[in-house]
Design a protein around this ligand. Structure first.
Ligand code: ZN
Length: 212
């Protein structure tokens, strides 16, 4: 089944602990979903650091991808680790109840950043509310670190790789301002593409998926 047939006219919720996480992992997929006629909501839990700058960057990136942006924490400069587990679950529950997503994409369980793991665990809990496809995405980093990840599904992003790279580049505070390049995300997409015989792809692990 093509992506458009599965999600056109439906809502996909992409969740990231921080501004930039969703773009790094599934920016190409989100741009494809938008082109396929899906409503795509990017839910960012927190914006640590310079709030105004990170908000500006997140808004720019969401615009590039054509997605709606939501910031979930009231005081978004706080760390996710400062929240109680049930508070984080309640934030995600609110989004699931309101949006009734057809799919959720979020962090996986193996991440070097504790905030990412906490968001993954809260998203797992939100699956109890209703059925939706549940995917986890590639671990994220600004400086490369070896974190195990085994994709079980791939999205062809050959048509949206440049859009993804522009969305990542919008996060200047995380990359350009630190003298860090973003080419590794093109490399990862190229490698994933080779696994399935296309030029560029993003890898997903499948948590739950209904094959009707
Ligand atoms: Zn992050």
């Amino acid at each position: 089944m093509r992506l458009a047939e599965r999600y056109a006219g439906r809502t996909v919720l992409a969740v990231g602990a921080h501004a930039d996480d969703v773009e790094l992992a599934v920016g190409g997929t989100l741009a494809r979903l938008r082109r396929a006629g899906a409503r795509v909501v990017m839910a960012v839990v927190s914006l640590p650091g310079d709030y105004r700058q990170r908000m500006d960057e997140a808004e720019q990136a969401a615009k590039i991808l054509g997605c709606e942006l939501r910031v979930l924490m009231g005081d978004a400069t706080r760390r996710i680790e400062d929240l109680r587990g049930y508070e984080l679950v309640a934030m995600l529950d609110r989004e699931v109840k309101e949006l009734a997503p057809a799919a959720m994409l979020t962090h996986g369980p193996s991440e070097f950043h504790r905030d990412h793991v906490l968001v993954h665990e809260a998203c797992v809990s939100s699956q109890r509310l209703k059925y939706f496809d549940f995917f986890t995405y590639h671990p994220n980093f600004c400086r490369p670190v070896p974190v195990p990840f085994h994709p079980r599904a791939y999205v062809d992003i050959t048509d949206t790789i440049e859009t993804k790279m522009r969305a990542i580049a919008a996060h200047q505070s995380q990359f350009k301002c630190r003298g860090l390049g973003i080419d590794i995300y093109r490399d990862i997409a190229r490698l994933n593409g080779r696994m399935v015989g296309v030029q560029y792809a993003e890898g997903l692990d499948v948590g739950r998926m209904l094959l009707a």
